[in-house]
Design a protein around this ligand. Structure first.
Ligand code: ATP
Ligand code: MG
Length: 442
């Protein structure tokens, strides 16, 4: 339980730190990248201004392929003119307005720097983005040429190398990733250290409480035995008034109930403190099931419940025979207790893959679906009314679960099609001793 709590604390701590680091890293990266690109963007805007000025001062009739490539050309800022659909077969200088002047366009098709940017600029007027051209990072400014220039809607793309900025950013990414990884590792280690430290007092308090329950249950057994013995003596006394003998019977009944409770509490408390160990020996579950069933058959009969058992060969498990008997008794006791007269209780033992499977099924009152996840909790009883009727303590299934877990098995309950209850216990088979025998049913 504490192991689980410790790892949960570590996981929470690490996740929160990881999230924080992610947020901080994202903010730092965003800040640096926008600062870095702001510088290039400024240069591109200046170049845009120059280009627009050049084109307008040269005059519409002088803007031709020659002027665009020679007068307007700046080696650090390659530029390209396309139409709004990204077609560049106009060549860099052959603008469609030239067609109006009777100039034919040479068939010079170029790939736009970024078709996406052209689409974005066509709707927004202007677009900045980083693209990779010929393996190099470039910042591209795309804008719609001002209509005042007399051009039909043309889109201009100007690029500028962003290799330096990209290198700096990829360095920053590496640094942030490495730092983040170290940060998460450190957070995990700190979380583990803090969880261990903070769980110590809780664990100690818990241990003290477990020890107290174990001691108190143990100490209660002697006075309870004494009370029962005295009540029995009193009941047998000849001088006792018949009405008083009912009282002494009640004392005995309640003492028995208390005795069961104390014994169950002691079992669980000792299991919690680790004082109760399972000494595993090869056990033939078939004979355990057959014996226990034989023991409870008469009780079931007395209550008008028919009981059956189905055994499919010897099933050997490594475990504690006494505890396995107790487990079956708990399940059968419940099945009989919560089944009305005329009902049925069946036990089946079989092998499923490499597990021994024990199924106890009844046609009783059933367990509502909402209660199923809780029935193994201590003192949990499904119905307050039934609680009084059957006089149970609500610890039986908690002990059953402990026994199964101590045998490295699993236990689960489900509703049967007929509205009854089915408990299924799976236990690992004893190594190399799992087969043999025939099947029998009764
Ligand atoms: N076969 C069953 N059919 C219907 N309800 C069941 C069955 N087995 C268990 N339950 C429900 O689960 C609850 C818990 O069972 P558990 O055996 O732990 O306690 P209990 O039988 O009430 O008391 P005790 O500790 O004396 O066994 C029961 O109170 C009952 O409501
Ligand atoms: Mg019970």
């Amino acid at each position: 339980m504490f192991k689980q709590a410790r790892w949960r604390l570590v996981a929470w701590n690490t996740s929160i730190v990881a999230l924080l680091l992610l947020l901080i890293g994202g903010a730092v990266y965003g800040f640096f990248s926008s600062n870095l690109y702001n510088g290039v963007d400024r240069l591109l805007l200046e170049r845009q201004q120059r280009l627009v000025d050049q084109m307008s001062t040269v005059g519409a009739d002088a803007v031709n392929e020659y002027s665009f490539n020679s007068q307007f050309h700046e080696p650090e800022y390659p530029a390209l003119i396309t139409d709004t659909s990204g077609r560049t077969d106009l060549s860099t200088a052959c603008l469609s307005w030239m067609t109006a002047f009777g100039t034919t366009c040479p068939a010079d098709t170029k790939t736009p720097f970024s078709p996406d940017a052209i689409r974005a600029a066509s709707t927004q007027g202007q677009d900045f983005r980083t693209v990779t051209r010929n393996g190099e990072a470039e910042r591209v400014l795309t804008f719609v040429a001002p209509p005042t220039l007399g051009y039909p809607t043309e889109v201009v793309q100007i690029a500028h190398s962003a290799t330096g900025e990209e290198n700096a950013l990829s360095e920053l990414r590496r640094l942030l990733l490495f730092g983040g990884f170290l940060g998460v590792l450190f957070a995990g280690a700190c979380g583990l250290f803090l969880a261990n430290k903070s769980l110590v007092p809780i664990r100690e308090a818990f241990e003290r409480q477990r020890q107290f329950t174990a001691d108190a249950s143990h100490e209660l057994r002697t006075p309870l035995a004494l009370i029962r013995a005295n009540a029995e003596m009193l009941g047998r006394s000849r001088t006792l008034h018949p009405e008083d003998s009912v009282l002494s019977d009640e004392i005995i009944e309640e003492t028995d109930h208390l005795n069961r409770l104390v014994s169950d509490l002691l079992t669980l408390a000792r299991a919690d403190t680790g004082a109760l160990q399972i000494i595993a020996k090869p056990v033939d579950l078939r004979s355990v099931v057959s014996d226990v069933h034989e023991d409870v058959r008469l009780i079931a009969q007395e209550r008008g419940i028919s009981s059956g058992v189905s055994l499919n060969g010897a099933v050997m498990v490594a475990g504690d025979e006494g505890r396995l008997r107790q487990l079956l008794l708990i399940l059968l006791d419940n099945a009989i207790k919560y089944t009305d007269s005329g009902g049925e209780v069946n036990v089946e033992l079989s092998r499923a893959e490499n597990r021994a499977r024990l199924v106890v099924e009844d046609t009783g009152i059933g367990i509502p679906k909402a209660d199923l996840p809780h029935i193994f909790d201590r003192f949990y009883r499904v119905d307050r009314v039934r609680e009084h009727e059957s006089g149970g303590t609500g610890l039986g299934l908690s002990i059953a679960q402990w026994i199964v877990q101590a045998h490295h098995g699993s236990i689960r309950a489900e509703e049967t099609a007929g509205g009854g209850t089915k408990f299924q216990v799976d236990l690992p088979l004893a190594p190399g001793k799992s087969s043999g025998g025939g099947s029998e049913t009764s």
